[in-house]
Design a protein around this ligand. Sequence first.
Ligand SMILES: Nc1ncnc2c1ncn2[C@@H]1O[C@H](COP(=O)(O)OP(=O)(O)OP(=O)(O)O)[C@@H](O)[C@H]1O
Length: 214
Amino acid sequence: MLKISGLSKKFKKKVIIDNVDLELEFGNIYGFIGPNGSGKSVFFKTICGFLKADSGTVVLNDQVIGKDIDFLPDLGVLIEKPGFIENYTQYDNLKYLAQIKNIINDEEIRTALEMVGLELDNNEKVKNFSLGMRQRLAIAQAIMEKQKILILDEPFNGLDKQGVAQIKQLLLELKSPDRLILLTSHIAGDIEELSDYIFEFTAGKIIPVSLQDA
Ligand SMILES: Nc1ncnc2c1ncn2[C@@H]1O[C@H](COP(=O)(O)OP(=O)(O)OP(=O)(O)O)[C@@H](O)[C@H]1O
């Protein structure tokens, strides 16, 4: 379980996350909704350990993020615009990232590309990629190591209708008792379709939304 207790984050005097408590269980998909600027990305960055909270804790299996470990472990993440090496191909970008941990082989990289619907024989440089292709590649890097925690901020951004359907299907396939998936979307219907639980950001609070109201 990922246990968030009394989490607060402000920038200067502006409160973004206000004393939030949440318990997120593996096996579920959690959807987060809220208007632009309501703090979804800040919340995700804070629980990952990329931003330091002002107060409160994020605890995964008795390990405090930012104290016992710097970042959430076994994490596949997509927050805001993914950075790629523009002069590399899709494969070379994933290969470069895979070398950091060195836990997957070339075949597993290709499988990740296939899972997100990218053409395996595409040797174009990423600088020529469309928004949707970049988004698929970003999702590929988030899942290629079979990460057990997936934190995906707007995973459907830039995708066409078929792409959205494909990635939704993929997320449902990835859902498993040993995996925790958090995602945001501006499209309530996408969130509703995928999520076991939905939360809404309002004035620094993260409020449960019943699925019927979403
Ligand atoms: N590094 C930062 N320094 C100062 N303010 C920040 C910083 N990062 C985010 N903010 C502010 O925090 C607020 C929440 O931003 P955040 O990006 O989390 O919103 P969001 O809900 O993800 O929005 P969107 O739906 O547009 O992606 C905004 O007012 C933003 O300006």
